[in-house]
Write a protein that binds this ligand. Structure first.
Ligand SMILES: [Zn+2]
Length: 80
């Protein structure tokens, strides 16, 4: 699992953070990775949001991809 460090315009789509939470790297952007959902959406997540999603999906890749769509649709609906 490789997260991109200091990617320009990085933003987690769930928690909306853009800055690296680590105090030693606060001038860098947040490390993120782009995941592709079951419906083909590109979802950019930080490490902590990825971990909480992945734990909930019981480490199943299929469940994880479905969860990305479910959450994306909820976020869009609520305009978060
Ligand atoms: Zn996040």
């Amino acid at each position: 699992m490789i997260f991109k460090y200091n990617k320009s315009n990085a933003q987690c789509m769930w928690c909306k953070r853009v800055d690296n939470p680590h105090p030693d790297y606060k001038n860098e952007t947040i490390p993120t990775k782009v995941f592709v959902s079951e419906k083909g959406r590109k979802i950019e997540l930080c490490l902590s949001c990825f971990e909480s999603e992945n734990n909930g999906a019981h480490n199943s890749n299929i469940e994880f991809k479905k969860k990305l769509d479910t959450k994306f649709e909820i976020v869009k609906l609520l305009k978060l």
